[in-house]
Design a protein around this ligand. Sequence first.
Ligand SMILES: [Zn+2]
Length: 465
Amino acid sequence: MKLYNSLTKKVEDFKTNEPGKVSMYTCGPTVYHFAHIGNLRSYICEDVLEKLLRFGGYDVKRVMNITDVGHLSSDADTGEDKMLKGARREHKTVMEIAKFYTDAFFSDCNKLNIKMPDVVEPATNCIPEFINMIEGLLEKGYAYKAGDNIYFDTSRLVNYYVFGNQNEDELMVGARDDVTEDTNKRNKNDFVLWFTRSKFEDQALKWDSPWGVGYPGWHIECSCISMKHLGEKLDLHCGGVDNMFPHHTNEIAQSESFIGHKWCNYWFHVHHLNDETGKMSKSKGEFLTVSLLEKKGYDPLAYRLFVLQSHYRKPLTFSFAILDQADATYKKLKSRIAPVEEEGAVDEGAVKEWHDKFLEAVGDDCNTAMGLTLLYDVLKSELNGATKRKVIEDYDYVLSLDLLKTEEEAGVDEELKKYVEAKIAERAEAKKAKDFEKADAIRDELAGKGIVIKDTREGAVWSRA
Ligand SMILES: [Zn+2]
């Protein structure tokens, strides 16, 4: 497989630390609002990448954080606390907001056939790990205390701008977004590891630390959560291109200072989704969510197809007119596949051959558009019906467009969802009543139907196995 690496700015052969195994980390959502479809573009592309690696025979372990504390409205530690902002807006507690939007995020992912990562970890689960890393950084002289906060000292690093392509303007993120300048910082790009003097009087979530009661900065969580589950050598780190600076730059700075060697080998960044007026954001124009697409009558998988039609390293422009085209293409594609009958014997040799073609084409830096082209080639080919269906099934593991699902089966989905959610509620009740036998029985019953439940701090979430 070949992959573009933001660190070297080159397409490289993908080599893992351990043969056959991939450790993969994804920056998860800050759960203070719905994800807009631009955020979800990244998660779709990362989902394809994970599945492609598995398709190519790798054993992948993928970890994702949920940011439920510490992310301020500017990525450079200034402005308001995003979680508090959400809580205030909706007159709920921060934990209620976190639970609601975590569930909403995974429900959107489920609709877009985005697989659940193997480990999902909320930041608030890992406070001891954050404190441990910050203590280490202080001991090694990479961090300092000022104004009762702990900061990372970027001047200690020879090579701080690891992605190397930012100019001074782009490095001014904080200054650009906010008028407030943090005068405790010794260097412009120093960042907060731990806030002890909360700027917010009603800060809901705070913890004891060696430096006083407070809460962690945003960047520290990804380094710690990644190391907690994937160790000190990471193969692959993913995120949106807007995470490159300061977030990923700071993750690298603190991780490598802490462990004393290289941390992550490959960085995968998905580019922006723009609307016709420019970069999509939550604050301007119509707030484009999966639910809105559904309300307007679109199948969320038509949006997935729209994303797969273009390359993840190119900015993509969204409009409803373009989505209409993708929707029509999706319907046409499914109507071409539906009549392919299960006839003849499956030609396993041909299945393998087409599998390898897909791996070669899409494995060249996640070229999903080529995968779609190959799908049409399969349909046009001389293969018998049974073999075609087998190849389509194989491709659909990566594309995840429900290509073989009939409309009736798609209709069952809503039923299935209701059923699973009722079972999850029943299980939560059983657990509350300490009837663990019953709770386990419900989990096993769902597993028998191919539904996997994962317990998170915010409650159980589910996905298809
Ligand atoms: Zn992150």
